[in-house]
Design a binder for this molecule. Structure first.
Ligand code: ACO
Length: 318
């Protein structure tokens, strides 16, 4: 038994925040952000929108494209670092909003690698026969954990959600998944705050050592893609599409270079939504599936990296 992706969906909140608009609020410029990151604009969730609302919109689109009714979903995995609340999980809240009662629902917290982690887990559950129609979502509202006066971080992130539906298949589908973590790097990208005794202690805003993150991300994205190629006895040239975590176009370009792949085989959407953490890979996947770039038989490599540090790849034969 194998699993395959039967449908994809993506949702971005309506409010667009351009680099030019940011430059009116803080000491930055469109040129600085664009040339360092490739980001042109990001989306900001409305005050009454929750992560589960973004997840719901993406989930409806993924279910519609898979031709599967919400009532038939028997597993929900939501990758998020910005849940609606401490608990219950955003997956359980999404389950209720979908009007579904079947099967398990839980969140995965692996920051920007979250979607790759969630997809790898769902693949195991579908392959083993535990689930038949798995909804896997990456959804984030980073705008609420940013210090909007810190120009070094606030220009980099945005809000959004992406989703896929995973179903059983006689042939892959998902060829392999490789996941890694090294908590020794936990301080280079973190939100070092917590809720204790009814109050926030620590700093509940994103903190990042940009240069170290940059180098680490390029190294492990290339390594984990190569690990997947070796496991499947495929050369790098077999990758039709690489969908790296959409953090920064320079990190993504450097990864392509390390793999010896031309830029044309990379799916890039970071310019439109900035870094949406766990939502970035399914958002990019959805765009490339809908515009017809990804087609039957293509090898699609998803490669994620994020706080923790965590990283991982999922190789798919479409
Ligand atoms: N606008 C203008 N100037 C800025 C801004 C800004 N938004 N942010 C920082 N600067 C300034 C700094 O204060 C610094 O000034 P100084 O030299 O006077 O001290 C200067 O710009 C630094 O410039 P550079 O060294 O050219 O910046 P660099 O090329 O290192 O780019 C960046 C910084 C974009 C953050 C880079 O380190 C990076 O891309 N890191 C990876 C970060 C990333 O993508 N994180 C995403 C999360 S990680 C993940 O998802 C896995």
């Amino acid at each position: 038994m194998h699993s395959r992706i039967a449908g994809t969906g993506g949702y971005l909140p309506a409010q667009v925040l351009t680099n030019a608009e940011l430059a009116r609020r803080i000491d930055t410029s469109d040129e600085w952000v664009r040339s360092r990151t490739g980001i042109c604009e990001r989306r900001i969730a409305a005050p009454d929108e929750q992560t589960s609302d973004l997840a719901l919109a993406a989930a409806h689109l993924a279910l519609a494209s898979a031709g599967i009714a919400a009532a038939d979903v028997d597993l929900i995995v939501v990758a998020t670092t910005t849940p609606d609340m401490i608990f219950p999980s955003t997956a359980c809240i999404l389950q209720a909003k979908l009007g579904v009662r079947n099967g398990p629902a839980f969140d995965v917290q692996a920051v920007c690698s979250g979607f790759v982690y969630a997809l790898a887990l769902a693949d195991l559950m579908v392959k083993s026969g535990t689930a038949k129609n798995a909804l896997v979502v990456g959804a984030e509202i980073y705008s609420r954990i940013l210090d909007w006066n810190d120009r070094g971080t606030c220009v980099l992130f945005g809000d959004g959600a992406g989703a896929v539906v995973l179903v059983p298949a006689m042939a892959p589908g998902i060829l392999s998944a490789h996941l890694h973590a090294d908590g020794h790097y936990r301080e280079i990208l973190c939100v070092p705050g917590t809720v204790a005794n009814g109050a926030v202690s620590g700093k509940p805003f994103l903190h990042m050592d940009g240069g170290t993150v940059f180098k680490f991300a390029v190294k492990v994205l290339a390594e984990v893609a190569q690990e997947a190629l070796a496991a499947n006895r495929l050369p790098a040239s077999a990758i039709d599409w690489l969908i790296p975590h959409q953090a920064n176009v320079r990190i993504m370009d450097a990864t392509m270079k390390k793999l010896g792949l031309p830029r044309e085989r990379m799916i890039t959407t970071v310019d439109k939504h900035a870094n949406t953490s766990a939502a970035s890979i399914p958002l990019a996947l959805d765009v490339a599936v809908r515009d017809g770039r990804i087609g039957a038989g293509h090898h699609v490599m998803l490669a994620g990296v994020g706080g923790g540090f965590t990283w991982g790849s999922v190789l798919i034969r479409w």
